[in-house]
Write a protein that binds this ligand. Sequence first.
Ligand code: HEM
Length: 466
Amino acid sequence: MASATRSLSDLPGPRRLPLIGNLHQMDTARMHQAMETWSEQYGPYFRFRVGRRELLAVSDSAAIGTILRDRPAGYRRTQLLETVFQELGIAGVFAANGDAWRAQRRMVMAAFDTRHVKSYFPFLARVTERFYRRLCAHARCGIEFDLQADLMRYTVDVVAGLAFGVDINTIESDGETIQTHLNHVFPMLNRRLAAPFAYWRWVRLPADRALDRHLEIVHREVSRLIGQARERLACNAELREAPANLIEAMLVESESPGAELSDEDVAGNVLTMLLAGEDTTANTLAWLMHLASREPAVLERLSDEAKGVLGASHYAERLETVSALKFTAACAHETMRLKPVAPILLLQASAPKLVGDVAIPTGTVVVALMRRGSMDERYFERPEVFEPERWLGTTVNERISMPFGAGPRICPGRNLALLEISMVTSMIFRNFEIKAIRTPDGRPVEEWLSFTMAPSPLLMTLAPRS
Ligand code: HEM
């Protein structure tokens, strides 16, 4: 281990103002970019201030990997994140710490293990077929559609099927869906996490009141999902012995003597899954479509692979088919290298720690800048170029690009997410041609951080492939 040579106060960092620190230099929707620019200026370890809170930013991939693997004992999700999530009724595995996290994580892992995802595949194929039919209708009329909104219909249906055993079918619903309301939660989470103080506990601004209304509707839907699962358990004793999905497993656990899970934990995890599984995968797919659409050679290879592997089928009907989509998977990895939907991760030291050569006291908040290593020429040749082929060889350094995090809290939904990305991408390139993909105002596509990093809204036009 390196010997401590510096403390937090020895580190360089941007000049701060009294009271607000560096807040004036960080637009909430672009704060990751501000931090990445500082990292270019000040190096892999620097400090900055949000209000009175002094934070350590780290962009060195090896140090980030060490921190992420030093959990749950060494680091936790921040106190602020846990409280903000709790206040919104989203106290699930993502925000939890300590023993509560351990109990929830075990259950979540069981629901997302490879065997379970495999047995769930027929449902995933059915949702993909539905999505195909929706896109066919768009393509037949040549209409421009809101790409992210449609992708989120897909991802929310998939997660609800896997985690809660229900087919909520937002793809075929017209009008308002649960996802319409979920969309309002992340931007507010981001805003509250970046706020200099918890103003919403004293004054409710219009945005906070709107959030309350959206959350009320979402919580009602969550109670409905829980109610349905309770009914299934009540009329099928075998299910109690072998719950078929996450919600059933959580309910059985919460009703057992000495339960480690409360009713709020069950509701919090339902909401966590919907949120964690929806935006992340949909935004990664939207980034993939945007990046690929600028590279004719990539478009051609994607469609050749989809036609070759899927043959006469409109979408992958078998899990084995998906494994053959090597170039499509490479596009997913390359997209996540350039556009990780979680470009920053916030952690808090649970004990005095050494980060690289910097000694930090207990309670220090560490911001891991997840993209700097991926853009470093030492690890990736021509790092700014979208080059999926680099993932087909054996030389790529997977420890540098960590879009799903690392260590004991690595994303439990990663296999499902990669499966969804390959299913949707191959279905689109097998059947359609991208006629146009643009922002509503014609301006270049930008990164918007609203807890996850989304591209600017994208309008897409498809044509049926002959
Ligand atoms: C492309 C899609 C996705 C990306 C890039 C992504 C990324 C991440 C990242 C970076 C983390 C934090 C990991 C860490 O702290 O080391 C995370 C955690 C998590 N993700 Fe994902 N995720 C994706 C899809 C999903 C899906 C589909 C689900 C579930 C349906 C999911 C559920 C979760 C949960 C529950 C956690 C919290 C784990 C814990 O704290 O123990 N994610 N994800």
